[in-house]
Design a protein around this ligand. Structure first.
Ligand code: NAD
Length: 447
């Protein structure tokens, strides 16, 4: 045991998407031998060549650095990656099913099976993907039926809380490390894996499998609820002539509430929050916890309603119809600092206006390519100016700094009609109005 403790742990990371690529790089940065495994040959080739196939600040530099040390490799050959490794992280996707709100667990099952079948030595299999409560217990049975004779494998759950745009920092300095269902032996292995972050103060929460699975989805459900709460209050503000941005600042001073996630606007999107609250809604109802299901249903409805609300605001701004109107759209990513357009509210709004006959020009500093692949029929510009040029209405749908800091004076001269809808509540309304823009925000006072 002393000998093996002296050797650096060898890890595999299954799934090298937003979560897995970041995790693999971060684990190599912590000093471990890491092999990232994916079924997508193009992704593996890109990563092996030092290219991150998506936009994530700080990740390309760290990838390059750790490839050069030889500690980090990428492959599609699962069997050879598994052989000889001590810890296997499952970081594959758990998207929403096409025909229901439930999560699709096929990828998690496939990756876990491949790991279990190919083990050549005792190992810990660590689930990081976001899964419905009860999944890990089922995976344990699956693993037990597949592990080769003479090998001991333990499956535990260690949900991931990283945020896109801050993924590297979140992985190296997590707010907490949750370990679900670990024996004393597996807990010791995981404490060794996370020794760096633990030494720097990241708290460790040791619990059972279902609690660990639920911590993750509850965190996302709470954040989603906070956003839908402020959006519901924004509706009251509009009706009552109050200003939700001032209200949110005042609420945020209360340390029990906090200012984060209280920006009224177009609502949440992305590859996580929407599918995670729907999967929890589905699972809660399955388990008979209907109150939680009903609460999350409202959160989802309020959120999706914001997209329709912004479409309606654009129609109204153009006199009831956008047919043949030029609509400038600033933002395609679901939030700033990412090129992720999965379930992006910005692109949903742009596409809805395009369907109604508008000539839409979208600009996003990083998500232009991913957006074009997802919505090829929309028009795309290569600068803020191109989106604003000759527009009848301008929509700010993602709060990139570049948009928040844009000069309304200069842009006013480019628009056909200087009319802006600030769907993220981040523009300085007074400055835009002073520059001649007709300004509308969600839950804010009309001029
Ligand atoms: P993603 O789609 O970017 O990546 C998933 C990867 O898994 C893809 O590259 C895919 O090719 C690969 N894959 C699928 N089946 C495989 C298999 N059998 N073997 C190996 N690789 C396989 O998804 P993501 O955003 O990285 O999310 C992954 C999981 O992490 C999800 O459960 C998600 O909810 C969770 N999560 C994501 C984030 C985030 O910010 N993106 C944060 C926390 C948790």
């Amino acid at each position: 045991a002393a000998e093996s403790a002296a050797q650096p742990l060898r890890l595999t990371v299954f799934g090298t998407g937003y979560l897995g690529a970041t995790h693999a790089v971060a684990m190599a940065e912590l000093g471990f031998d890491v092999i990232g495994v994916d079924v997508d040959q193009a992704k593996v080739d890109a990563l092996a060549a030092g290219k991150v196939p998506f936009f994530e600040p700080g990740l390309p530099e760290l990838l390059e650095k750790n490839l050069q040390t030889g500690r980090l490799r990428f492959t599609t050959d699962a069997a050879s990656a598994v052989a000889g490794a001590d810890v296997h992280f499952v970081c594959v996707g758990t998207p929403q099913q096409r025909t229901s709100h439930a999560a699709n667990l096929a990828f998690v099952e496939a990756a876990t099976s491949v790991i279990a079948q190919n083990l050549t030595q005792d190992a810990v299999i660590v689930g990081k993907s976001t899964v419905p409560v009860g999944t890990a217990a089922r995976l344990r049975e699956l693993v037990a039926g597949l592990v080769p004779a003479g090998v001991q494998a333990e499956l535990i759950w260690n949900p991931e809380f990283l945020r896109e745009g801050k993924a590297v920092d979140d992985t190296l300095h997590p707010d907490r490390i949750v370990l679900g269902g670990a024996s004393a032996k597996a807990e010791a292995v995981m404490r060794a894996v996370y020794a760096g972050p633990i030494a720097e103060g990241s708290p460790v929460v040791v619990t059972d499998l279902p609690t660990a699975e639920l911590v993750k989805v509850s965190a996302n459900a709470f954040l989603a609820t906070k956003i839908s709460f402020i959006n519901a209050i924004a509706g009251v503000c509009e009706a009552a002539g109050a200003d939700v941005t001032v209200l949110a600042d005042a609420l945020g001073h209360d340390s029990r509430i906090g200012r984060q996630f209280l920006d009224a606007g177009l609502g949440f999107g992305g590859g996580c929050l929407p599918k995670d609250i729907r999967a929890l809604m589905h699972r809660a109802n399955e388990l008979g916890a209907h109150r939680a299901g009903a609460l999350l249903q409202q959160v989802d409805e309020i959120n999706m309603g914001q997209r329709e609300r912004v479409v309606d605001m654009a129609l109204e701004a153009c006199g009831g119809s956008v047919l043949n109107k030029r609509v400038g759209v600033l933002g395609a990513a679901f939030k700033p600092l990412t090129d992720d357009v999965r379930d992006s509210p910005a692109l949903n709004v742009a596409a809805a206006l395009h369907l109604r006959g508008a000539q839409v020009t979208v600009y996003d500093p990083e998500a232009g390519d991913t957006a074009r692949r997802a919505f090829p029929t929309l028009g795309y510009g290569v600068s803020v100016e191109e989106a604003v040029e000759e527009c009848d209405v301008l929509l700010v749908l993602t709060e990139w700094d570049q948009f928040v800091g844009a000069d309304p004076q200069r842009l006013a001269g480019l628009a056909r009609t200087p009319r802006v809808i600030d769907a993220r509540g981040k523009l300085a309304a007074a400055e835009w109005r002073a520059a001649g823009w007709e300004f509308t925000g969600l839950g804010r006072l009309a001029a």
